[in-house]
Design a protein around this ligand. Structure first.
Ligand SMILES: C[S@@+](CC[C@H](N)C(=O)[O-])C[C@H]1O[C@@H](n2cnc3c(N)ncnc32)[C@H](O)[C@@H]1O
Ligand code: SF4
Ligand code: SF4
Length: 316
């Protein structure tokens, strides 16, 4: 079993939600709430809280006098404004009521703690003018601070070039792997996204991680996505699926059993064909959502037997 890291979680990372609530991590467990960014004494609350908690990776313990806040990450969510309309997206497209105020408070917190990394996620941050320009300014002021996002990457040339300047890493979400599916599922232009990806890839400034989000209507295209992604020297490949897959598809039906049998064969063949290349990565390189992995019969035994330990991970 993996050994847990013992630490004071909120002295390493802060996750700021859209409503301003702050937690030590994305799980956002109720009892780990540190306060709200609009609280007058929020810094005192953060610095004087003890969060006792445990998960599969960490054990959060009480502070000792030696523990000082030294953030690796500030991870925040901006508004849901986005140019796409993905069928699976749980987010409404409404701007937040106090968006400017929230951004200004986040900026203040970043200035105070100067984290090593910022993870900024929308909606679609590349089309959110205020959120984007705040990152632009932060990058100018703190060029060594790593800035990351998750994006659909469907933007024009000018914005792409600006984004290339400020982002160190991007995860690119794809809900299909041909232009018709892309248009239908996301309302976006597949060719534009692929051209933008190639542009960034060739320039090598931004670490890229393509992410496929599988759902009943785009399932088989995941194979083409995986074949393509494995031809690229990317940071990480995500094979994920929508949270509600089991709810929207009756996966016990013969239809789905046959579908997943076929897909399992294809995906395992692709992994086999690329085995050497995958093993040579020798780091966490492929992340498969545990629900999708269950459908494909990819478990820890399969991972170990094929020499993919510490390379392919089952995640949530
Ligand atoms: C809400 S989006 C925001 C960032 C950006 N607009 C994007 O789509 O990459 C964050 C991530 O959630 C994923 N996502 C969207 N709908 C989902 C769903 N129903 N279940 C699980 N993940 C979902 C997206 O694919 C994306 O990777
Ligand atoms: S122990 Fe895990 S779940 Fe709990 S606060 Fe730390 S990272 Fe989050
Ligand atoms: S691109 Fe992201 S934020 Fe926009 S609709 Fe799709 S999942 Fe939602």
């Amino acid at each position: 079993m993996q050994k847990k890291t013992v630490r004071v979680c909120h002295f390493h990372k802060l996750k700021i939600m859209q409503n301003g609530n702050i937690y030590p991590c994305c799980r956002g467990r109720k009892y780990t709430l540190l306060g709200n960014i609009f609280d007058e004494n929020i810094y005192e609350k953060i610095e004087n809280s003890d969060i006792i908690c445990e998960c599969s990776m960490f054990k959060s313990v009480a502070r000792t006098p030696d523990d000082k806040i030294n953030l690796d990450y500030i991870h925040y969510e901006t508004s849901n404004v986005c140019q796409a309309n993905c069928v699976c997206c749980p987010q409404s497209k409404e701007p937040l009521n106090k968006e400017k105020e929230l951004l200004s408070k986040i900026n203040e917190m970043i200035e105070r703690y100067k984290p090593k990394h910022i993870i900024a996620i929308g909606g679609e941050i590349l089309v959110q003018e205020n959120a984007f320009s705040m990152l632009f300014d932060l990058h100018k002021k703190y060029p060594k601070m790593e800035i990351q996002t998750i994006t659909n990457l469907c933007v024009g040339e000018e914005r792409l070039k600006q984004a290339e300047k400020i982002f160190d890493a991007m995860t690119i979400s794809m809900l299909g792997f041909n232009k018709h599916t892309y248009k239908n599922e996301m309302g976006l232009d597949f060719d534009k996204v692929m051209n933008n990806f190639e542009y960034l890839y060739e320039n090598k400034k931004v670490k890229l991680s393509p992410k496929y989000l599988a759902m009943p209507t785009n399932l088989f295209e995941i194979s083409e996505f995986l074949k393509w992604a494995l031809t690229k020297d990317v940071q990480k490949i995500y094979l994920h699926c929508i949270h509600e897959f089991k709810r929207v598809a009756n996966v016990e039906e013969v239809f789905w059993k046959k579908t997943f049998e076929k897909l399992e064969k294809e995906i395992k063949q692709i992994l086999k064909d690329n085995k050497e290349n995958i093993i040579a990565k020798n780091r966490h390189f492929i992340s498969i959502h545990e629900t999708l992995a269950e459908f494909l019969h990819i478990d820890n035994n399969y991972i170990e037997e094929n020499g993919f330990s510490n390379i392919i991970f089952l995640t949530i």
